[in-house]
Write a protein that binds this ligand. Structure first.
Ligand code: 6R9
Length: 624
């Protein structure tokens, strides 16, 4: 199959695309070019279909009473909800009619600032049903981040909840939305889904009560006939420079790829309960919590809470209660659970588990072994899936049971994917089996992003200009003697904190916006649970003195500017930063000091003032 997928992609992909219901079948399969200046990606270009109809309507024939979504609320004493495909059809239909009533039309952007509640999935599918483009904003993001995404996407509506319970606490999403909209056009409206029912502020005329509106509309909504290349969603993700970019995924190719990878990478079998722990705010929540599983008629479990609430056995309680067969999570979650020892796992019946999966960052062998032995009892294949927001679905992954695994390697390319390892400086393709360099992909696959929202030039520059003719992933990679791929981490200024992508430039611009901060440089450093932690070097304004209070204030500041995921772990007061004579900050040196590896600083002779380095080493924060 792999040979056919790369030698005869037309035949291969037209067969795979037949897994979906098309309104008008496509006659063209692939029309793609990575040539600089002419980058164009189009799959199944003249076909038409509707994503919601594929994820819901077509299953009603034989799965109307099958559970589509098992929703497990944060509160361990509250009952789980079983939402059948018929329920899903009606709830999505209602949400779609509510959106239409609010004048949302084909092509309009709708921001979903939603926590892990079923209405998040309803809203995604409702947008897809009427041809609107959703952009989910992770509920942990601050009002400023939300406002930037409303403006960046030109959205006319924000769908949110009153509150978002999580881990026994709650976030005030509606009041965050109010704060965000202070920075947006006056005509942006808000649709509020009731989650807790507690009191919230209300702007008459602008705010709409979802529950009241939904009760008054029909559950039937005709799906819009969309072109395969019409945008399905925008998802903002961090890059090495500037503001987050709006990754655009389209209708046909994305859904073919999400459905196919969900089936093959997890060997999904009808009737099985599948649990992906990712939040809907990230791409994994799009492809592997909502779209892939529902396109396949699967039962997907959505958990509102966190693995350690009310205690570290919550995950295993859920696996036992709901007979979870496939469990897909992030290495950082595995490490956090592993830190509690085996006691929270003991006493739970995990025999329903068949396949385990990881995503988001390389998994360290210690965590892999614990996952394999203590959770999988040595009998569940572990699929380490490498992919990105930009790729729409898995690109490098084992096929469970078929691909022998090695702890820490995502193993081999998925069908249709041709990874190459390039020399970082010359850009030459490394043709020996054993190789190390930057990871690029040679040809397109259907789930590939199509553009950056509103900025096709930035799309070409970011992904297709450094290494001409290839898609550049931003990751470093090693290929071993068996042809297995080992991701070595980002080669750009993007760090990976608890499996979340964070641009160091974003944290820096938040910090320098603080009145006491003159200059700052942010780097990643190894962190036992998070994978990478955030290390900030801060130079204060003249006259400001370092203090514990100021440190706390800076941390609060960054949390408010971006969100809790960007919280610096370590802040070092830096009287000066190491710079070249042309004023460029030498991040390589700062990274080494943050890693506590200052013995290997390399050449510092090009520094304008080499003495700043001694001070930074002397006062380094990570002595672990
Ligand atoms: C799906 C997702 C993408 C970046 C990617 C890489 C890292 C993801 C990985 C992995 C090693 C894996 N990454 N999966 N590294 N092994 N299995 O995480 O998307 O948030 O866009 O992050 O995450 O560095 O470039 P996204």
């Amino acid at each position: 199959m792999y040979a056919q997928s790369v030698n005869d992609p037309e035949t291969f992909w037209s067969r795979e695309a037949a897994r979906l219901d098309w309104v008008r079948p496509f006659t063209r399969v692939k029309n793609t070019s990575f040539v600089p200046g002419k980058v164009n990606i189009e799959w199944f270009g003249d076909g038409t279909l509707n994503v919601a109809a594929n994820c819901i309507d077509r299953h009603l024939v034989d799965k109307a009473d099958t559970t589509a979504i098992i929703w497990v609320p944060d509160d361990p004493d509250a009952p789980a909800q079983h939402i059948t495909y018929r329920d899903l059809f009606e709830n999505v239909g209602r949400m779609a009619n509510v959106l239409k009533g609010l004048n949302v039309k084909r092509g309009d952007r709708v921001i979903l600032y939603m926590p892990m509640v079923p209405e998040a999935a309803y809203a995604m599918l409702a947008c897809a049903r009427i041809g609107a483009i959703h952009s989910v904003v992770f509920a942990g993001f601050s009002p400023d981040s939300l406002g930037a995404r409303v403006n960046g996407s030109g959205a006319k509506l924000v769908v949110t909840t009153d509150y978002a319970p999580r881990g026994g606490r709650k976030t005030a999403l509606k009041s965050n939305t109010d704060a965000a909209l202070l920075h947006c056009d006056d005509d942006v409206e808000v649709l509020v889904v009731k989650r807790t029912g507690e009191q919230i502020s209300w702007v008459e005329g602008r705010d709409h009560d979802y529950n009241a509106l939904a009760a008054a509309v029909s559950p039937y909504c005709t799906p819009a006939e969309m072109n395969a290349e019409d945008p399905l969603f925008i998802l903002y993700t961090s890059g090495s420079t500037g503001q987050p970019k709006g990754v655009v995924h389209t209708t046909g190719g994305y859904l073919v790829y999400a459905a196919m990878t969900h089936e093959y990478s997890f060997d999904y079998q009808p009737g099985e309960v599948y649990w992906c722990t990712a939040d809907v705010g990230w791409v994994t929540g799009h492809s592997y919590l909502v779209y892939g599983p529902l396109a396949n008629g699967a039962t997907t479990l959505m958990f509102e809470g966190i693995p350690t609430y009310p205690d570290a056995s919550r995950t295993w309680q859920i696996v036992q209660d709901h007979n979870v067969a496939i469990y897909y999570t992030a290495p950082t979650a595995i490490r956090a659970l592993m830190a509690h020892g085996n006691a929270p796992v003991e006493g739970y019946d995990l025999s329903s588990l068949r396949i385990l999966g990881t995503v988001g960052e390389p998994i360290n062998p210690e965590a892999w072994n614990w996952f394999n032995e203590v959770i999988g009892k040595g009998t569940c294949p572990i699929v380490d899936t490498w992919w990105q927001t930009e790729t729409g679905g898995h690109l490098i992954t084992p096929l469970p049971g078929a691909t022998p695994t090695k702890p820490g390697s995502a193993t081999l390319p998925f069908f249709g994917v041709q990874p190459v390892i390039l020399d970082p400086t010359s850009g030459a393709e490394q043709t020996d089996v054993v190789a190390e360099g930057v990871l690029c992909i040679k040809d397109s696959w259907p789930g590939q992003m199509r553009t950056i929202w509103g900025d096709h030039a930035r799309f070409e520059k970011t992904y297709f200009s450094d290494y001409k003719g290839y898609y550049f992933t931003g990751d470093g990679c090693r290929r071993d003697e068996d042809g297995y791929y080992w991701i070595t981490g980002r080669v750009d200024d993007v760090i990976n904190v608890s499996g979340h992508r964070m641009g160091t430039a974003e944290v820096e611009s938040a910090l320098v916006a603080h009145p006491s901060v003159a200059e700052t440089a942010v780097v990643g450093y190894p962190h036992a649970i998070k994978g990478q932690g955030i290390y900030a070097y801060v130079t204060l304004m003249n006259g400001e003195t370092p203090s514990e209070d100021l440190r706390k204030d800076l941390i609060r500041w960054v949390r408010a500017e971006i969100g809790p995921i960007a919280t610096p772990d370590l802040i070092q007061w830096a009287p000066g930063l190491p710079k070249t004579r042309s004023g460029k900050i030498m991040r390589r040196i700062l990274r080494k000091i943050a890693e506590n590896d200052y013995g290997a600083l390399g050449d510092t002779s090009t520094l304008a003032d080499p003495s700043v380095v001694d001070d930074l080493i002397e006062n380094r924060m990570n002595r672990g």
